[in-house]
Design a protein around this ligand. Structure first.
Ligand code: ARG
Length: 459
C-alpha cells in the first residue's frame, strides 16, 4: 500500500529516487502563503455554496492561518515525501484540525490550485520588480539632473558622432526601463485571471461560485475555459519575456558603464563599494557589478527559452512537464531583482569626469554635422554641404587640426560659402544647445524631461 494522499489505487510504495525526482517542494514552498490564501478563499466559497458547513469553514480558515504563522516563524518543516507545497499544507491542516481538513480539496484539484498559486505569487513579485525599476529610474534621473549640461561624445558604430549631454544619455536609459515597467503592467492583465474552479481539467460537479473566489483573491475575473485554465502558462512566458528584455537593457547599460570606466575612456568612476580588485594586479579596479549584471542577462534569457521549449507541443491540459515552470521564472525574477537593486545602489555613487567627456566630445569632428547645417543656412543644398564638410574633415586630418581651427585660405580653397566665421562658431556647447526641441539633447530639454519624470512619480 502506498501512504500518499493519492495512494488508494497503488499497491507498492514510490521508489525513493522517484520521490526525490518528482518532488517540487524545494522550489514551490515559496508560494506557501499564496497557497494558504487560495485555500482559505476556496473554503469560504465552499461554505457559501453549502458544500461544507460554516463550522468546517471556520476550522479550515483558522487552521490555515495557524499554519501560515508556523511557516512565517520558520516552525513549519516541509517534507519531500509530501511532494509539493499543496500536499504539505493540506496534510498539516488535517493533522491540526482532523476531518474538516479532509474536505478542503472538495471541488478542486492541484491543477487549478497550482495555477492559482503561481498567478498570485507572480503578481506580487512582478509588482515588486516594477517598484525596483522605478527606484533605478529615480537614481538615473537624479544623476541626469546633476549632469544636464555635461557634454560627452554621442556614438554611432561606437565612433564619435555628435556631442550629446550626459543627462540626455541617462534619460535614454530611463526610457528603456519605462517600457520594461509598462510591459510588466500589461502582462499583469493576462496574469490576473483566476483558474480556480477549473479543477483537474473539466470543472467540477459541485455548484461552485467561481466569481466569489476570483473576487476574494483580487483577480479581475475567472477564466472562461477550464482546460485553458489549468494548462495556460503564457503568463509565465510573458513575464520571462519582460524579465529578459529588462535584463537585456541592463546589459546594454552595463556595457556602456564598463567602457566609460576603462582607462581609455575615463568618463566615469564607479564607487569603490561596487567594484573589486585583482588578486595579482595591484592597480586594478574592476567594474564587476556591471559585468555580472551583463552576464546575468544570459541566464535570464535562458529561462525564457527553457520555458518556451517546455511548453512547445504540450497537449492540453495539465502535464507534469509544467512543474518546471517555477524554477525558470523564480530564478529569472530573483536574478533580475538582484540586478536592479545593485544598479539602484550603484548609480547614485557614480562619479562623472566632465573634463574627460568634454575633451572626447571636442575631438573626433563631432561638430561636422553642425557645420553642414550652417552651410545649408547659407543657401548650400544639404547633399553639397555634406561633401564640403567631408573635404574639410579630410583637410583637418591631413593638417592635424580641428574644424574650428581652419583658416581663411583652407576654407576658401574648399568652397566659397565656407568661411572662417562659420567654423569659428563651432563648439560642442553650441551643438547641444541648438538641439532644443522635444527629445533633443539640449541641457534645457534634459532639465525639462527630468522635471517631467519627477512629476510622473508624484502623481
Ligand atoms: N507540483 C505540481 C506542479 O508544480 C502541482 C500540480 C500537480 N498536479 C498533478 N496532477 N500532478 O506542477
Amino acid at each position: 500500500m502506498s501512504n500518499k494522499l493519492w495512494g488508494g489505487r497503488f499497491s507498492a510504495a514510490t521508489d525513493h529516487l522517484v520521490e526525490q525526482f518528482n518532488a517540487s517542494i524545494e522550489v514551490d514552498q515559496r508560494m506557501a502563503l499564496e497557497d494558504i490564501r487560495g485555500s482559505q478563499a476556496h473554503a469560504r466559497m465552499l461554505a457559501a455554496c453549502g458544500i461544507i458547513t460554516e463550522a468546517e469553514r471556520d476550522q479550515i480558515v483558522d487552521g490555515l492561518a495557524a499554519i501560515a504563522e508556523e511557516i512565517t516563524s520558520g516552525a513549519f518543516s516541509f517534507s519531500e515525501k509530501l511532494e509539493d507545497v499543496h500536499m504539505n499544507i493540506e496534510q498539516r491542516l488535517t493533522e491540526r484540525i482532523g476531518d474538516a481538513g479532509k474536505k478542503l480539496h472538495t471541488a478542486r484539484s492541484r491543477n487549478d490550485q497550482v495555477a492559482t498559486d503561481v498567478r498570485l505569487y507572480l503578481r506580487r513579485r512582478s509588482e515588486a520588480v516594477m517598484e525596483q525599476i522605478v527606484a533605478l529610474q529615480q537614481a538615473l534621473v537624479s544623476q541626469a539632473e546633476q549632469h544636464a549640461e555635461a557634454i560627452m561624445p554621442g556614438f554611432t558604430h561606437l565612433q564619435s558622432a555628435q556631442p550629446v549631454t550626459f543627462g540626455h544619455h541617462l534619460l535614454a536609459w530611463v526610457e528603456m526601463l519605462e517600457r520594461d515597467r509598462d510591459r510588466l503592467a500589461d502582462a499583469r492583465k493576462r496574469m490576473n485571471i483566476s483558474p480556480l474552479g477549473s479543477a483537474a481539467l473539466a470543472g467540477t460537479t459541485f455548484a461552485i461560485d467561481r466569481a466569489m473566489t476570483a473576487r476574494e483573491l483580487g483577480f479581475d475575473a475567472p477564466c472562461r475555459n477550464s482546460l485553458d485554465g489549468v494548462s495556460d502558462r503564457d503568463f509565465i512566458i510573458e513575464l520571462l519575456g519582460c524579465a529578459s528584455l529588462c535584463a537585456i537593457h541592463l546589459s546594454r547599460m552595463s556595457e556602456e558603464m564598463i567602457l566609460w570606466m576603462s582607462a581609455q575612456f575615463q568618463f566615469i568612476d564607479l564607487p569603490d563599494a561596487y567594484c573589486t580588485g585583482s588578486s595579482i594586479m595591484p592597480q586594478k579596479k574592476n567594474p564587476d557589478m556591471p559585468e555580472l549584471v551583463r552576464g546575468k542577462s544570459g541566464r535570464i534569457v535562458g529561462g525564457l527559452v527553457a520555458m518556451l521549449m517546455t511548453m512547445k507541443s504540450l497537449p492540453l491540459a495539465y502535464n507534469k512537464d509544467m512543474q518546471e515552470d517555477k524554477t525558470a521564472i523564480f530564478d529569472a525574477l530573483d536574478q533580475l531583482e538582484g540586478c536592479l537593486r545593485i544598479f539602484a545602489g550603484m548609480v547614485p555613487g557614480m562619479r562623472v569626469n566632465r573634463d574627460r567627456m568634454h575633451a572626447a566630445a571636442a575631438s573626433g569632428f563631432a561638430t561636422a554635422t553642425d557645420l553642414a547645417d550652417a552651410l545649408v543656412r547659407a543657401g548650400v543644398p544639404f547633399r553639397e554641404s555634406h561633401r564640403i564638410v567631408g573635404e574639410s574633415v579630410a583637410w583637418c586630418i591631413d593638417h592635424g587640426k580641428e574644424l574650428h581651427e581652419m583658416d581663411d585660405a583652407a576654407c576658401a580653397a574648399i568652397h566659397p560659402s565656407l568661411t572662417r566665421e562659420m567654423v569659428a562658431r563651432l563648439s560642442v556647447e553650441a551643438c547641444v544647445a541648438a538641439r532644443d526641441h522635444l527629445g533633443g539633447t539640449a541641457p534645457d530639454r534634459v532639465r525639462a524631461q527630468c522635471a517631467w519624470w519627477q512629476q510622473q512619480w508624484r502623481k
